[in-house]
Design a protein around this ligand. Structure first.
Ligand code: ATP
Length: 217
C-alpha cells in the first residue's frame, strides 16, 4: 500500500513537503485553515481540506487518524502548532514531524512526543552557508553531532595519490565510501584506487576531519 501522509499547514514549507511527497507517489492529505492555501495545492495532492486543525473532529473527518506520518507545518502560531502536535500524537499516529521556530519551542515539542523536529529556515541557512564557505562541498549529511557524510570535489593536492597512501581510516577514522568519476561510480574503492583531478569523493567520518578536505584558496 502507498505510504500515507497528512500535512497540516500549507504555507511555503508545508506546501512544498506535500507536493514533493505526492510527486514521489505517496498519498497526501493537506489541511489548512486558509482556503487560498488549500486551493493552491488542490490539484497536486490526494486531498486538500480547509479546516482549523485544532478541531480534532475535523482532523478525524479528514482521515488523519489513519496516516503513517503527520507533518505539523504550522509556523508562526506556536500555540496552534503545539496543540495540533499533541492532538495528532494522541490520535495514535506513529510518526509525527513538527516544525519548530526556536530551541524552546523544540523542547516543548519533544516533551509532548513529536518524533522528529525540523527547523526548515535554520537548516536551509546552514546548508547555504556551508555551500558558500567551502566551495567544494556538494552535499552534507549529519549522522550525529560529531559524524557526517560529505560529497566533495577532490582537492587538487590529493590528485595522483592512492587511498592507501592517504590512509584516512587509520590516520583520521574517516573513509572514502565511493568515488564518482564522470558517469562512473566506484563503490567501496580499495587501497589501490588513485584519486584523479575532477573526482567527487563521498566521505564518511568525523565532521572535523572532513572539514580539512574543504579546499581553501
Ligand atoms: P511558511 O514559512 O511555511 O510559509 P510560516 O512559518 O510563515 O510558514 P504560517 O504562515 O504561520 O507559517 O503557517 C503555515 C500555514 O499554516 C498557513 O498557511 C496557515 O494558514 C496555516 N495554519 C495556521 N494555523 C492553522 C490552524 N490552526 N489550522 C490549519 N491551518 C493553520
Amino acid at each position: 500500500m502507498r505510504k500515507q501522509f497528512a500535512v497540516i499547514g500549507l504555507g511555503r514549507f508545508g506546501a512544498s513537503v506535500a507536493t514533493a511527497l505526492a510527486r514521489m507517489g505517496c498519498e497526501v492529505v493537506g489541511i489548512d485553515a486558509d482556503a487560498a492555501k488549500v486551493e493552491a495545492v488542490m490539484n497536486e495532492i490526494t486531498h486538500a481540506i480547509q479546516a482549523d486543525a485544532r478541531d480534532e473532529e475535523a482532523l478525524k473527518a479528514a482521515g488523519v487518524r489513519n496516516v503513517d506520518v503527520a507533518i505539523v507545518a504550522i509556523g508562526e502560531d506556536v500555540e496552534a502548532n503545539i496543540l495540533v502536535t499533541l492532538i495528532v500524537k494522541e490520535m495514535g499516529i506513529k510518526c509525527v514531524v513538527a516544525k519548530a521556530l526556536n530551541d524552546l519551542h523544540a523542547k516543548v515539542l519533544a516533551k509532548i512526543g513529536a518524533d522528529k523536529i525540523v527547523f526548515p529556515e535554520r537548516d536551509m541557512g546552514i546548508r547555504v552557508a556551508r555551500a558558500l564557505a567551502a566551495g567544494n562541498v556538494l552535499e552534507h549529511i549529519d549522522l550525529s553531532p560529531e559524524y557526517s557524510i560529505e560529497e566533495i570535489a577532490a582537492p587538487h593536492r590529493l590528485a595522483g595519490k592512492t587511498l592507501a597512501e592517504l590512509n584516512l581510516r587509520a590516520k583520521h577514522g574517516a573513509m572514502v565510501m565511493a568515488i564518482k568519476r564522470k558517469e562512473e561510480i566506484i563503490v567501496a574503492p580499495g587501497g589501490d584506487d588513485v584519486i584523479r583531478v575532477g573526482d567527487i569523493l563521498v566521505l564518511l567520518g568525523p565532521t572535523k576531519v572532513l572539514e580539512r578536505f574543504q579546499e581553501r584558496e
